[in-house]
Design a protein around this ligand. Structure first.
Ligand SMILES: Nc1nc2c(c(=O)[nH]1)N[C@H]1C(S)=C(S)[C@@H](COP(=O)(O)O)O[C@H]1N2
Ligand SMILES: [Mo]
Length: 305
């Protein structure tokens, strides 16, 4: 798909614009004029983003929207941007199901009226050992969980991607068992770092990025960040997740970024940042260790990979 220049906010303008927007963003990340993010430029009341390395640089809008994994549109990295123009993400609704007090189908518009969109600059680390730094717009998943009001028996959440083979050519082939599904433990789902994203670089998500709404869990391998979510189901047992179902010895349910636990076929010790040539050392929990490691205390992360 061709992106019309008029449709996107060029990332340099985005950064300048963000510099001048203040009160409208509740926990907005303050981004300096340069594209290099320095900890000192980040809002003090947003401790989650202060993990950004001095050496982290935002990936360009171009990189973020033309190098994707979204098998519903094909297996190649440029397939999602090339094959997703027939996907229509509007209107959209999300079905809240399972062990909750308020099962309902919610229009996305209604959801967006109830939440505050925040800026969250996160690293995304793919299990294939490449990574990006992405300025997302979104809101904590916890806000949807509050609306659903889970019963105490709800221990996990399963997420389901829309199934529309007429609009998603990859779904006409058996590349994966469709629809794509993913899951989180309830504490992971409630964690303030976990967001549902509706945009990046100040622009609504393009189809290839998971329009109109996708999960982002920055301390886990990219495949946990399921795209184009239509169903959020609260369950009492660890739910199926597409990649761990397909190849349980390669992809675990937790899939926390862990430089000490290699993929059976390659090392997870280093990664290639898209747009760079040198390899970087992969950080434990993708650099979010301080915020998230407490959830895995006492767990053998080699067993629960
Ligand atoms: N529905 C769906 N969600 C998905 C995928 C997919 O194939 N289908 N790929 C995952 C993988 S492997 C990664 S690395 C991220 C990539 O997100 P990005 O294209 O925004 O970088 O999306 C994840 N979410
Ligand atoms: Mo991935």
């Amino acid at each position: 798909m061709k992106i019309l220049p008029s449709e996107i906010t060029p990332y340099k303008n985005y950064i300048n614009r963000r510099k001048f927007i203040k009160s409208s963003i509740a926990a907005g990340v303050f981004i300096g004029a340069s594209t290099t993010l320095k900890a000192s430029h980040l809002a003090e009341d947003n401790p989650f983003n202060s993990q950004l390395d001095e050496s982290d640089t935002l990936n360009t809008f171009e990189d973020i929207t033309t190098y994707n994994n979204f098998y519903e549109f094909g297996m190649g990295k440029t397939d999602p941007s090339e094959n997703s123009s027939n996907f229509n993400p509007k209107p959209w609704s999300i079905s809240l199901e399972g062990l909750i007090n308020y099962p309902q189908v919610l229009d996305l518009e209604k959801i967006l009226n109830k939440v505050t969109i925040e800026d969250r600059v996160y690293r995304l680390r793919c299990v294939e050992a490449w990574s990006m730094v992405i300025p997302w717009q979104g809101f904590p998943l916890a806000e949807i969980i509050k609306i659903a009001d889970p019963l105490s028996s709800a221990k996990y959440i399963q997420f389901v991607t829309v199934f529309r083979p007429e609009e998603m050519p990859g779904q006409k082939r058996r590349l994966l068992p469709w629809p794509y599904v993913e899951g989180l433990r309830m504490d992971e789902a409630m964690h303030p770092l976990t967001i549902l994203s509706t945009g990046l670089y100040g622009h609504d998500l393009l189809n290839q990025s998971g329009a109109p709404i996708r999960l982002v869990v920055p301390w886990k391998y990219g495949f946990k960040s399921i795209k184009s979510v239509t169903t959020i189901k609260f369950v009492d047992k660890q739910p199926d997740a597409t990649w761990s179902m397909l190849a349980p010895s390669e992809y675990g349910f937790y899939s926390n970024v862990n430089n000490n636990v290699d993929h059976p076929r390659w090392s997870q010790g280093t990664e290639r940042r898209i747009g760079e040539f040198k390899r970087r050392k992969t950080l434990m929990f993708n650099g979010y260790e301080e915020e998230v490691s407490y959830m895995y205390e006492g767990m053998d992360l080699k067993k629960y990979y």
